[in-house]
Design a protein around this ligand. Sequence first.
Ligand SMILES: [Zn+2]
Ligand SMILES: [Zn+2]
Ligand SMILES: [Zn+2]
Ligand SMILES: [Zn+2]
Ligand SMILES: [Zn+2]
Length: 264
Amino acid sequence: MGSTDTHEKCYNPQDPTLTFVDADDDHDFECDGYTSKRAKMSCGHTVTPTSLTRWCQRQLKEGKNKLECGVCKTKWSLDEVFKMALLTDEEKTSFESTLFKNFAVSDLKTKSCPGCKSQIMRKDPKNLCVRCPRCTADRGAAFDFCWQCLKKWRGPAYRSNRCDNPECVCQALVTLQTCKVIEFKEVKGVVDCPSIRACPICGTLVEHNSLRCKNVICPDCKVEFCFVCLKLTKDCSGVRGSYYSACATQVAPRQTSIPVKETI
Ligand SMILES: [Zn+2]
Ligand SMILES: [Zn+2]
Ligand SMILES: [Zn+2]
Ligand SMILES: [Zn+2]
Ligand SMILES: [Zn+2]
């Protein structure tokens, strides 16, 4: 009912599932002065639906794959954010897919060492065997772990698909093999196209959400590729310029390996 143009969402003051408090809005970082009642998150800090929405959108933009309190950094569950931010179905879908993208991107770049938990960047993108400098120094002996199963490395020190731990499987490959199929609304003749593909250049997993156009832009390396035939958009020989026409080749089958970006 406000007269501002910011479309503020307000809590229903009668909602018995919310804990209202008479306190400042901890997440009104732009000092917008929202008029909704303030409610408490599980961590104890206050929000209004719009301040929470804005704060989470900011985190998504920064590439976060978990949403956290702006004061105490407690990780919030997505269900809690959905409820407390009064998100529309459209916003929920966009939150979910951005979190997924952010997760896929960060998952490729750094992992936490199973020995000391420090974040490690991988030097050789083709080798799953990664040495932790801190653990190696602390122990006075080489400490290698597996980039895939995140256990202490077992087997020869150069492997690109798996280590010798029996439970070492590539989660991304499992995802590529088992994700649901999508149906394009405006691209004719495409059947059983998987909803998740690995970027043909850098291997980042990309989920296709807009079912109109067949091209997607990789959130990591920014290349544009055809979700159907997996060629780069510039090489997909559909009718030039059209993002909706059929490809010259069939739907590319589910990927059985993940492309690795060449290091320069
Ligand atoms: Zn908090
Ligand atoms: Zn370590
Ligand atoms: Zn492994
Ligand atoms: Zn890419
Ligand atoms: Zn194509």
